[in-house]
Design a protein around this ligand. Structure first.
Ligand SMILES: [Zn+2]
Length: 388
């Protein structure tokens, strides 16, 4: 079955060979979908015939968002903590333990229903690929359970046993690292594609983070790092040194950190929802882009520090507060996220790519930043299937 989406006012392909600029923009365009894949993109006037036809009515079509950083396996919420923070209290990594207690107490069915709820919520807003981390179990059984549940919803699963030191190991962080790199890793590796660590004061230092990432890599897990969120630190340099796909947060960077990212394949994934929800200073996307680093935007969806599934919200904040142009922000939320997941089949709309499409109720992708907070999703296709 083939589908022609025609009368597209503005098409973002993210493939410069198909249009103008880094977004590969094409006006008066059409797309042909065959099964799960894009078969053709080009001017509407020269589009081939297809079994079915969808009239985009002059609206903008872009690749579905790629949210490369989310923590969706959890129970409970932290409304009170957010409320206190907005009344002046500071954010610390320790709040994670509140969610750990609620998550451990939840049933498999409750956790699965929560993941489904957030994946569906994200899909309605145009997110067609989402990464999902463990990290609220912090026991061998609870971390493996989180990854099993996440793997039912996305192939992009990340083992984050090293989110914070489990409460049982408060006096023995070295013992906890041994667990994370030993029995917990053994139980989790079959269900995960990635290994991650929260490299931060109050969580894990550089040596501990290196031990976690190296152990994961030995089991075939690819590294990514929560780096330089709350303070300067070794996370970014470690990510680059170990060839991590992504260094996430990148809020406090030295010139050396920026240069290391720019000279590497490690994507700088910025998570403005976290700074928004903790009332902290935003990362400087302009500095990273000007240095030549690849930037991704993601939600960091989690109940403590960024409880949003909205890529459009993050994109609008990045434009308003982080020095990104609307084009750069759209690229970062699609192609950038794909790079951060080392995926070539999503984040672009070129022949052969997976047919993940977001049709906006707007004539241009710029409206994602221009009309903040407005639901602009007109239609979503995931792997060629109309999902919204
Ligand atoms: Zn995170």
């Amino acid at each position: 079955m083939s589908l022609l989406i025609t009368n597209v006012g503005s098409l973002v392909t993210n493939d410069p060979s198909h249009g103008t600029g880094p977004l590969g923009l094409l006006a008066d365009a059409a797309v042909v979908v065959e099964g799960e894949r894009i078969a053709w993109v080009g001017p509407a006037a020269s589009a081939p015939a297809a079994d079915e036809r969808f009239d985009a009515a002059g609206r903008a079509l872009l690749p579905g968002f790629v949210d490369s950083h989310a923590h969706l396996v959890f129970a409970g919420d932290r409304t009170a903590e957010f409320n206190a923070r907005m009344s002046g209290q500071a954010y610390t990594a320790g709040g994670i333990r509140t969610t750990v207690a609620a998550t451990r107490a939840a049933t498999d069915a409750e956790l699965d229903a929560n993941v489904l709820r957030f994946v569906t919520e994200a899909l309605r807003q145009g997110t067609t690929t989402v990464e999902c981390k463990s990290g609220y179990g912090l026991t061998v059984e609870d971390e493996a359970r989180a990854l099993r549940i996440a793997a039912a919803h996305t192939p992009e699963t990340t083992y984050l046993g090293a989110h914070v030191v489990a409460p049982e190991f408060a006096d023995d962080p070295a013992g906890y690292v041994d667990l994370v790199t030993g029995a917990m890793l053994d139980a989790c590796a079959p269900h995960a594609r990635w290994v991650d660590v929260f490299c931060e004061r109050g969580a894990f230092d550089g040596d501990q983070a290196r031990a976690v990432l190296t152990a994961g890599a030995k089991r075939g897990l690819l590294p990514r790092v929560h780096a330089n969120q709350l303070s300067y630190g070794p996370g970014v340099q470690l990510a680059v040194e170990l060839g991590a796909a992504s260094a996430d947060h990148c809020t406090h960077l030295t010139d050396e950190d920026v240069a290391a990212l720019a000279g590497s394949d490690t994507v700088a994934t910025l998570l403005p929802g976290a700074e928004f929800s903790t009332r902290a200073a935003y990362p400087d996307a302009r500095r990273l882009l000007d240095a030549g680093a690849t930037v991704a935007l993601s939600t960091d969806c989690n109940p403590g520090s960024s409880f949003t599934t909205s890529m459009a919200f993050c994109l609008a904040v990045a434009v308003r507060e982080m020095g990104m142009t609307p084009d750069e922000a759209v690229h970062a939320a699609t192609a950038g996220g794909a790079r951060a997941l080392r995926r070539t089949d999503v984040g672009t709309l070129a022949p052969g790519a997976r047919a993940d499409l977001l049709l906006l109720d707007a004539p241009s992708h710029v409206h994602l930043a221009y009309r903040p907070g407005v639901p602009l999703t007109a239609a979503v296709w995931r792997a060629g299937v109309r999902a919204v």
